[in-house]
Write a protein that binds this ligand. Structure first.
Ligand SMILES: [Zn+2]
Length: 534
């Protein structure tokens, strides 16, 4: 069976840029645009030339694409001017692009209230603007703003707007659920009715997520006949966002109901870059990724319950709807207080520890993990501490150094220049390399001072500790259980000059002590990984 072509249109750089707190630079835009092209997106809407300096600069020197078409976005011309005489429209049509997408009104209520013009005049604006976009060459797209609300209010008029754009030569008529309030069954019904007037091969869907249905609405529109689907990476967009292409694309490529009927520009091979693409956007925006994101989240293929884990070990299809590798994600086996033997075994395998499932000390390790978790330890995000715990319990670990004592002093005062300063000083006594060493160090905080003092004592014996640094430090106060005192859990991420990074955890009633426990694991882990065995 030959498959029908379904076109993917990305509007991250235009609609996604409307998100609160999102401010793409020109290099960000170029980077994202190139990645979109690389994965196989058909249309990249680069922005609105003339509307702001970033978009104007971006369009002045757009990146070269392998496959995608770059589209400039703008508005239909203003009333009272000819298309040739509207500087806003001219900036869009003059941009270096392979097409233009012009948004126009299709809801009578908006035409009368917001534009304050007659319904007939609005049709003229659409017709003349689209005609100008067709005349400049490339593809012309008409974004039918508020189409679904317009159709519900006055179906005849909303259709006349589409017809006006079609008659003027638009390649695509994009049905927009601008307010995002339309539901999937309504989208399916309305698109079905529209396809009696305009062929589905000319229709697109642009859904907003105000009822959390933007992806479902896009799928409903495809089922009803549209052949272009618009959205943004990670569902970025104003208010509740746009349809999330990162969820839509794998559904279209992997799910048989769509994959057997439609072909997109994204191949099965390119789909493996999807997790990277999603995380890249978060990196550029300096945001942490949503762990629970469909397909690409860190938790999307994470298994925790003991029963689930033993089933996944037998066959991943028991608890996974698609293979994680198909979208470039990976399976995570989490250790938890529900952990069974198979869970521990799988986690050990992930840590690269080969172990006989009948190891006599395995039961003891399981008990120890449960006991630690009861105290407040969490190993889900602290794999290095888990590995050390396992090695200590199963085969024993050398004690590279032993802490005798530490003392930390914190000071807050006004300095000679009248500035408020805080300073910490740590004194530490450790047994290392057969001797007792005492060191003192200062830091901008107690943990920093402690870390410096400890490393000062250890580096002469273990020079490999020189190149490591703490890259993340998280403190969490755990609520008291059954009348016991609150405890603090500290998670530390450390990386070295080679770019390796590892996470450790420490728990104590005292935050400095908890930090020391996490720090201790971090240093021991580095020494073990460097090949030290004594
Ligand atoms: Zn939009």
């Amino acid at each position: 069976m030959t498959r029908e072509r379904l076109y993917l249109f990305d509007t991250t750089l235009r609609d996604g840029a409307q998100t609160q707190g999102v401010d793409f630079s020109v290099p960000d835009k170029r980077h994202i645009a190139q990645e979109l092209d690389r994965i196989g997106i058909d249309y990249v809407e680069g922005g609105w030339p003339g509307a702001n300096p970033t978009d104007t600069t971006f369009f002045a020197g757009p990146p070269a694409f392998r496959h995608a078409k770059l589209i400039a976005f703008g508005m239909t011309k203003r009333s009272g001017r000819s298309a040739a005489n509207d500087p806003g429209l001219a900036a869009v049509l003059d941009a270096k692009s392979q097409g233009s997408c012009l948004v126009g009104k299709t809801w009578d209520f908006h035409v009368m209230l917001v534009l304050g013009i007659s319904l007939e005049e609005n049709l003229t604006l659409i017709k003349e603007s689209i005609a100008a976009a067709v005349a400049r060459g490339g593809e012309a797209l008409f974004d039918a703003e508020h189409f679904f609300d317009g159709y519900k209010a006055n179906a005849d008029y909303a259709l006349r707007c589409l017809k006006a754009a079609e008659a003027a030569g638009a390649r695509w008529l994009v049905l927009c659920d601008t307010n995002g309030g339309t539901l999937p069954h309504e989208v399916e019904r309305i698109v079905g009715e529209v396809t009696k007037h305009v062929p589905g091969g000319k229709l697109g869907i642009h859904a907003h997520n105000d009822t959390e249905n933007a992806v479902a609405n896009s799928l409903a529109a495809i089922r009803a006949g549209v052949r272009q689907v618009q959205g943004t990476l990670n569902g970025l967009g104003e208010r509740c966002g746009n349809a999330n292409l990162v969820s839509l694309i794998p559904t279209l490529v992997l799910k048989p109901d769509y994959a057997t009927r439609f072909e997109t520009g994204v191949s099965v091979e390119e789909l493996r870059h999807l997790t990277h693409l999603s995380h890249l956007l978060d990196e550029l925006l300096n945001r942490s990724s949503n762990r629970h994101a469909a397909y690409v989240g860190a938790s999307a293929f994470a298994h925790k319950g003991g029963l689930h884990v033993s089933a996944v070990e037998k066959d991943p299809r028991t608890y996974e709807h698609v293979p994680p590798e198909s979208v470039g994600n990976q399976r995570h086996i989490l250790v938890s207080d529900q952990a069974g033997r198979s869970n521990i075994l799988a986690q050990l395998r992930e840590a690269g520890i080969a172990i006989d499932p009948k190891h006599p000390k395995l039961g003891r390790l399981l008990e120890e993990v449960k006991e630690r978790e009861f105290q407040g330890y969490a190993y889900d995000g602290a794999e290095a501490s888990f590995e050390l715990l396992a090695r200590r319990a199963l085969d024993g670990m050398p004690e590279f150094f032993r802490l005798q004592s530490f003392r930390v002093l914190d000071e807050r005062r006004w300095n000679a220049r009248g500035e408020l300063v805080t300073l910490s000083e740590a004194t530490i006594k450790v047994e290392v390399g057969g001797a007792t060493v005492m060191t003192v160090a200062e830091g901008n905080g107690p943990v920093n001072a402690l870390d410096s003092a400890l490393r000062k004592a250890l580096i002469p014996v273990f020079p490999e500790l020189e190149d490591i640094r703490l890259t993340d430090y998280k403190v969490r106060i755990l609520t008291p259980q059954e009348g016991t005192k609150a405890v603090t859990r500290v998670m530390i991420e450390t990386s070295d000059a080679k770019g390796d990074s590892w996470s450790t955890v420490g728990v104590s009633a005292n935050v400095i002590d908890a930090s020391y426990n996490a720090l201790y694991d971090s240093l021991v882990y580095k020494l073990w990984r460097s090949g030290r065995r004594s």
